[in-house]
Design a protein around this ligand. Structure first.
Ligand code: HEM
Length: 375
């Protein structure tokens, strides 16, 4: 393998997560929150065009660099033959073709905005990003189970959930650059920040739930025993990654439950400090002028942790041997009893994935309900 491969793959994964998460966050979170208050969207428009355009160029460029590193073509003809006849070659062709079409649409939207309405462009960008993600995942998915279709769907689901979360956080982290410079009236930036966090929570809960549930399913395929989590290199790296994503999720929950409520109470000028009756009360409200800096600071910490977790994920996929491959001979030699443990642990993890999906659905219902009452 080309030594540059994991680094390039990391950039490709990051650009794909941006493409999957940024357009829906603007479509469902940022633009509605601004437009409902009659706030100018010029800066938000410019930002989303720049981010999507740059991510498309980055994705096409890194995918091509990885392909050239893997194939080492001697002439353009051999590269063309690889691109049109082999499975990884066709996946590369599909990814670059979609990136080029979306790139052309993005340039048209930039030059002649009236000919490509914003919401149509964002919808096309979302669908195109998912198509690029499928092409990317088709080059490497889990081979631990017999059905490659199931393995591919779970991997695409995992990265879609991760992309919605990480891509959305990137948008929130850039909140000050999305608001008009003239927006300094009283507590208006704080009200926008509250609306953005409330709307984003629906997207984030959906993304986190899918990422966690599918991640646990892949882990059930790759890590056969509890001890493998603590003794094999793959298991240790996976444990470190899970630790990081749990910390990030806890920060996200803190932002939503505590930071959001402290700003909300300041804006509404209420003295009630109860968040969950009998369970949770909040400290002093955050003054409206500090709202946007406080939220973006906290979101940036959450994002930084997730970027490290993403880097670990890329190392897991490209440079590590899944524990089940290392332990294969041991499993075979140890016979039925070990086999029973193996089955038991995998089933426990899959049960955990169902639990995550149920809890996530409840949290999603709560967020949608909150959004409805906040309108
Ligand atoms: C309990 C939570 C999670 C578990 C158990 C988990 C587990 C895994 C495993 C085992 C893989 C390797 C898949 C393969 O080799 O095909 C993987 C890939 C990946 N995970 Fe997670 N994951 C979790 C959460 C997350 C989160 C929250 C993110 C978002 C930052 C994330 C981002 C990724 C990415 C981007 C990949 C693909 C890397 C690549 O293909 O190069 N995961 N995950």
């Amino acid at each position: 393998m080309d030594p540059l491969n994991p680094a390039l793959r990391g950039v490709l994964v990051a650009t794909l997560m941006l493409l999957v998460g940024v357009p829906p966050t603007f479509r469902l979170v940022v633009f509605p929150a601004l437009e409902r208050r009659g706030i100018d969207t010029t800066r938000a428009n410019d930002t989303v065009l720049t981010v999507v355009g740059t991510a498309l160029i980055g994705a096409a460029f890194t995918a091509t660099a990885i392909a050239i590193g893997d194939v080492r073509p001697t002439d353009p003809g051999s590269f063309a033959a690889w691109a049109s006849t082999t499975q990884p070659g066709m996946a590369w062709t599909g990814l670059v073709a979609v990136a080029s079409m979306l790139g052309a649409l993005t340039v048209t939207r930039y030059l002649r905005p009236r000919s490509v309405p914003r919401d149509h462009w964002l919808a096309a960008a979302t669908v195109g990003a998912l198509a690029m993600l499928v092409a990317f995942c088709a080059t490497r998915y889990s081979v631990a189970i017999e059905s490659s279709a199931v393995a591919l769907i779970v991997k695409v689901g995992h990265m879609t959930g991760a992309g919605l979360w990480v891509g959305g956080l990137v948008v929130l982290a850039a909140l000050p650059t999305l608001l008009p410079r003239s927006l300094d009236a009283d507590d208006e930036p704080a009200r926008v920040a509250l609306a953005v966090v409330r709307r984003f929570s629906v997207v984030a809960v959906a993304g986190v739930t899918v990422a966690f549930a599918t991640g646990v399913v892949i882990a059930a395929w790759h890590v056969p025993t509890p001890t493998a989590l603590a003794t094999t290199p793959y298991g240790l790296l996976l444990s470190a990654k899970v630790g990081l994503v749990l910390i990030a999720a806890a920060i996200g929950g803190f932002n939503r439950l505590i930071v959001h409520e402290r700003i909300d109470r300041s804006v509404r000028e209420t003295t009630d400090r109860t968040v969950l009756p009998g369970l949770l009360t909040i400290a002093d409200p955050i003054v409206a002028t500090d709202a946007v800096p406080t939220i973006t600071r906290s979101v940036r910490v959450e994002l930084a942790i997730l970027l490290v977790a993403t880097a670990l994920s890329v190392v897991l996929t490209t440079a590590m041997t899944p524990s089940y491959e290392l332990l294969g001979p041991t499993v075979a030699a140890s016979g039925g009893v070990f086999g029973g443990v193996l089955l038991g642990f995998a089933n426990l993890l899959k049960l955990g994935a169902v639990g995550i999906a149920l809890t996530g659905s409840l949290a999603l219902g709560y967020e949608v309900g909150k959004l409805g009452t906040a309108r």
